[in-house]
Design a protein around this ligand. Structure first.
Ligand SMILES: [Mg+2]
Length: 312
């Protein structure tokens, strides 16, 4: 090391660097964690060059992991989506926040005689079932209405020891009240959120209210901060690092969102790569209002291939 390198003044907030030498990045890590929507696919459409890019990384012996804050599907259901899109990805490589909620409860030895009340969709129910955890609520409660006759009191199950809240297209007042009663009245009841994303991209025509809106409603009535298991919280990163025995500095987190994906990678001490194939544009990244700077940015993950070809 020369003297000028060691005495170099490091700027307090380095800007993201455009990815010019993917091989150097690929060689510097052993695992790539990919966000899904905006990185691998957009809605139901595969992003160009993804299969070839994943093949290249696998041929170089890299471990690939896919992490999503979307809790509406289970790992198995996500596996089907990968298969439908022609991608060879196994269930063991997929980590959705539905799974993270169940994994968290298992990690704390959630008592067998306690139940989970679910505000969310099928994916959470499936994962709880696989983890052998009793639950109630879920999509079925979307039909339920409350009739506020004089003196009406809503009963709730005193054995609910945790409320899990995720994105829910059938969210209603019944669910908020039920979740609120459990959290406020059952001693020690946990409040777990799959994510607090403000918006999600249900269609590409506009942004839609995300999981953060359902979590926000339950926060509003309980004033209790939830325990977040999805990105950008470190639970999933710690879980993955433990499960696969990976050093976090040997991971590169690849995502299209700054406040979830890139922050998730940075919170975990990983290298980070922002792709511009999803919700973040170059002007958003470079805006003076943005404080989250990944190590690198590039247009899409298949730049791993084309940039490589360009340098040959
Ligand atoms: Mg995304």
């Amino acid at each position: 090391m020369n003297a000028s390198a060691s005495s170099r003044i490091v700027s307090p907030r380095a800007s993201a660097e455009q990815l010019k030498d993917p091989d150097q990045l690929i060689d510097s890590v052993e695992t790539f964690i990919f966000d899904c929507d905006g990185v691998i696919w957009k809605g139901d459409k595969l992003i160009d060059g993804v299969p070839e890019t994943l093949d290249l990384l696998r041929s170089k012996g890299k471990r690939l992991v896919f992490v999503t804050n979307n809790s509406t599907k289970s790992r198995k259901q996500y596996g089907k989506k990968f298969e439908t899109l022609g991608l060879n990805v196994s269930e063991e490589e997929i980590f959705a926040s539905s799974f993270a909620a169940a994994a968290y409860l298992k990690s704390i030895d959630f008592p067998k005689d306690k139940k989970v009340y679910v505000v969310g969709e099928d994916g959470i129910l499936k994962e709880l079932e696989l983890a052998g955890i009793q639950y109630l609520g879920g999509p079925g409660d979307g039909e339920k209405k409350i009739e506020l006759k004089p003196g009406f009191l809503m009963e709730h199950d005193k054995d609910v020891g945790a409320v899990v809240v995720g994105f829910d297209r059938h969210f209603n007042y019944y669910k908020v009240q039920y979740a609120t009663l459990c959290i406020r009245e059952n001693p020690g009841c946990l409040f777990i959120a799959t994510n607090r994303d403000a918006v999600t991209h249900l269609t590409d025509a506009q942004e839609w209210a995300g999981g953060g809106s359902m979590v926000g409603a339950v926060y509003g009535s309980t004033k209790r901060e939830p325990l977040v298991v999805g990105k950008p919280s470190t639970f999933m990163m710690d879980y993955l690092a433990n499960k696969f025995n990976i050093t976090k500095s040997q991971i590169c987190m690849v995502g299209d969102r700054l406040d979830t994906d890139i922050l998730f990678g940075q919170n975990g001490g990983c290298k980070t790569l922002l792709v511009l194939s999803g919700v973040t544009s170059l002007s958003m990244l470079q805006s003076p209002d943005n404080a989250i700077q990944p190590d690198f940015y590039t247009n899409k993950i298949s730049d791993f291939l084309s940039l490589k070809a360009a340098t040959v």
